[in-house]
Structure formats: structure tokens, C-alpha cells
Design a protein. Structure first.
Length: 121
């Protein structure tokens, strides 16, 4: 019984983490909507450019992705020089906290049900 509960808990955490941590790489032409957030870009030369937690913003008028590096330096990359971009930010802290809250609620409900069933016998 304990192994089944542990396996179910592990599977639940794993599936929840898969659903909350999606990252997708898209061609730059698909990411040209003005105001889109970009968290990293792979240039045609193969160099990877990372933006800070706020991400870079696609500026369609200038044809650039503008933002700041993780060290605070201003960055402006021409869209013609970009091969792919990473658009979604993975927030593992939030995923972990919601997982703990969900598991805590499940344990509380299970304990309540078992205590009510135990009192009935």
C-alpha cells in the first residue's frame, strides 16, 4: 500500500512538473508579434544570447529584440541575425510550491477520510 501511494505521489509530481515547465523554440518569423517576450536567442553564428528575468521585447518597427543581459547590460539584436528564440519562461519555484500545496491537500483529505472510516469501525 505504501509503495502504491509513493508511486502515485511521484507520478503526480512528475506530471504536474511536465505541464508547468514548457519551453518552446520557434522560428523568428513566428515570433514577430510586437511585444512578445524573448528569454534567449540563438544567433545564426551559433552564439546564444540570454536576457534577464524580464526578457527581451520584440520591436517590429526597428526589427530588433531589445532587453537587458542577466548582468544588466543593454542588448539589441537584429531579427535578421537570429535563428531561433525561447519564448516561455520556466518557473520551477512556482511549480514546486503548487505541487507541495496539492500534495498537502491530498494528504489532509486522505487522513480525514481514513480517520472518519476508522471511527466508524
Amino acid at each position: 500500500m505504501t509503495r502504491k501511494c509513493l508511486a502515485l505521489a511521484f507520478l503526480s509530481v512528475y506530471l504536474l512538473n511536465l505541464g508547468c515547465s514548457s519551453v518552446r523554440e520557434v522560428p523568428v518569423k513566428d515570433a514577430l508579434s510586437p511585444g512578445s517576450k524573448v528569454y534567449s536567442a540563438v544567433l545564426l553564428s551559433g552564439e546564444v544570447v540570454e536576457f534577464d528575468n524580464h526578457g527581451g521585447v520584440v520591436n517590429a518597427y526597428r526589427g530588433t529584440i531589445d532587453g537587458k543581459s542577466p548582468l544588466g547590460k543593454d542588448l539589441s539584436i537584429k531579427l535578421d541575425d537570429v535563428k531561433t528564440v525561447r519564448m516561455d519562461k520556466t518557473d520551477t519555484t512556482k511549480t514546486f510550491m503548487w505541487t507541495l500545496i496539492g500534495l498537502g491537500c491530498a494528504v489532509a483529505v486522505g487522513t480525514l477520510i481514513l480517520s472518519l472510516a476508522w471511527d466508524g469501525f
